[in-house]
Write a protein that binds this ligand. Sequence first.
Ligand code: PEP
Length: 257
Amino acid sequence: VVSRKPLIAGNWKMNLDHLQSVALVQKLHWALKDAKHESDTVEVALFPPFTDLRTVQTLVDADKIPFALGAQDISAHDSGAYTGEISGAFLAKLDCSYVIIGHSERREHHNETDEVVASKVQAALRHGVVPVICVGETAEDLEKFGASAVPVGQLKIALENVPATGDIVVAYEPVWAIGSGQAATPEQAQDVCATLRSVVAETLGADAAERTRVLYGGSVKSNNIASFMREPDVDGALVGGGSLVADEFAAIIRFQK
Ligand code: PEP
């Protein structure tokens, strides 16, 4: 059995300018100082706004802080006349290991379709940046179709043309749980995460399913992280609000099963 290293990912969304991001990274580093060994058992990734990436990268490099870096979005194109877009090539040069793709806020406010998400996944893979593919149902979807149908459909399209060796992360984020304080239950999260893993198995094969990390996201806090991490198919968390306060995010990173 392959053991998957848990990933705790902090999505800062459109919060924290570069000065505030310096303060947060320093406080976080301080809060975790006596816990160096934890970087062996948990991977931590920060997803600042584009404008903070360089600052955070410099800090993390200078202090050898064991945080990976990720972006919150990527252009489907590699270069050229796409005003305002950010290429995967730029992200790779800034040592971004990850990029969030298809977050529900981008699907909702920027009209990102499943096809756009799929082309962004391809762009990330072209540049060696691991896509964190976000899928999840709205409250309305949940009522109409149950929990898994919509995320399964979203993931199938996102994985089209991904090679079996493709390095990806899947994040199950029920839209009704994001920023609402109403997290899914660990059983609900396990159920959908296991189903999503079976989609990875069907499309990319058993090996890929075994090594791919499937995260849960939606109102994860220090007081519920452990209950999610006990579930066999939940390999970590994508954390929004809970990643903006150093002590809270440190406590999430230090979860004990
Ligand atoms: C998110 O936006 O990915 C998220 C999970 O947010 P929150 O933790 O605030 O619910």
